[in-house]
Design a protein around this ligand. Structure first.
Ligand SMILES: NCc1[nH]cc(CCC(=O)O)c1CC(=O)O
Length: 324
């Protein structure tokens, strides 16, 4: 990082990525007075229209990381749920509790305040899930969502879908689909939250680990930038995401696995507490294991790992392993 120059923020070119990067750039300007310049980086995930499952984890992430390592950019913003988990995820730079990802010279310098982590339904004619009739066609390619829709037992048909948020919403507007399920956070960041016809209760649709959260990544030896970016960090979000990601990592499941987790922070008897819910599903939705655990914010990682162990003891491994 050059001390007085503009900070270069690498971003994918999709509307959602640009919106997320724009929000972080504005926060950096507001909190540090530093100028930020957006640098567009195209990723293999943006160039291909193949199903995400065929492209492999981290397909949206690696081009940004390469640009960071090559010092073409100073920092990058990721949708946290798109980051692959890694064994190195744990305490961050200089002993802080900021989680980091790889042992590859990069670190997650800040986890900004989370958007709404829940999934949303955007359906024709303002309909909710219970109002959609049998056989209604719902666009979603995520096994986690497909399994939970199947578990409702309402015979809704999930149809694989890809493309950006705008493309997905258009399929409903044009009558090709009866509805789509999307992260509410994505809709909000694009200014389209009002188009949701139902915000899905986590009792019915537990979100993906880290959904709605952003990860701000930079080089781990960039002390000055790490110090600047700390101003964006939200300790509650960081603790929640740490618990959810620890659960995912412990299950050795990737971001496309039918694993759901949501940590909420609330005032408990002895200060702030984490309430972590986790679930794993068989892809057909016939089997699921759903459990919860609580702990202090400082125990976030441990809470996630213990909940994963609980889930495995209840048969999560056979559920995850089943290909039914
Ligand atoms: N799967 C892709 C993806 N990655 C992040 C978001 C939304 C924003 C977020 O969760 O932070 C989305 C779209 C979606 O799931 O609808």
């Amino acid at each position: 990082m050059t001390v007085y120059g503009k900070l270069r923020l690498g971003t994918r070119g999709s509307a959602l990525a640009m919106a997320q990067s724009g929000l972080v750039a504005a926060a950096v300007r507001a909190k540090t007075g530093r100028e930020v310049e957006l640098v567009e980086i195209s990723t293999a995930g943006d160039r291909s229209s193949a199903p995400i499952a065929n492209l492999g984890v981290g397909v949206f992430v690696s081009a940004l990381r390469d640009a960071l390592a090559a010092k073409e950019i100073d920092f990058a913003v990721h949708s946290y749920k798109d980051l692959p988990t890694s064994a190195q995820e744990g305490p961050g730079p200089r002993g802080s509790t900021t989680p980091r990802t790889f042992g590859d010279g990069l670190c997650i310098a800040a986890v900004p305040p989370r958007e709404d982590p829940r999934d949303a339904l955007v359906a024709r004619d303002g309909l909710t899930l219970t109002e959609l009739s049998e056989g209604a066609r719902i666009g979603t390619g995520a096994i986690r969502r497909i399994a939970q829709i199947a578990a409702l037992g309402r015979n809704l048909k999930c149809v694989p879908i890809r493309g950006n948020v705008d493309t997905r919403l258009r399929k409903v507007a044009q009558g090709e689909l009866d509805g789509v399920i999307l992260a509410r956070a994505g809709l909000s960041r694009l200014g389209r939250a009002a188009e949701a016809t139902e915000i899905l209760d986590p009792m019915l649709m537990l979100p993906a680990p880290a959904q709605g959260a952003l990860a701000v990544e930079c080089r781990e030896d960039d002390d000055e930038l790490i110090e600047l970016l700390a101003a964006l960090d939200d300790p509650g979000t960081r603790a929640a995401v740490t618990a959810e990601r620890a659960l995912l990592a412990q299950l050795e499941a990737g971001c496309s696995a039918p694993v759901a987790a949501l940590a909420e922070i609330a005032e408990g008897d002895s200060g702030l507490e984490i309430y972590l819910r986790g679930a794993v599903f068989s892809p057909d939705g016939r089997f699921g294991v759903r459990l919860s655990r609580t702990g202090t914010l400082a125990e976030a990682g441990q809470v996630g790992r213990l909940l994963a162990t609980d889930l495995l003891a209840e048969g999560a491994d056979s559920v995850l392993g089943s290909t039914a």
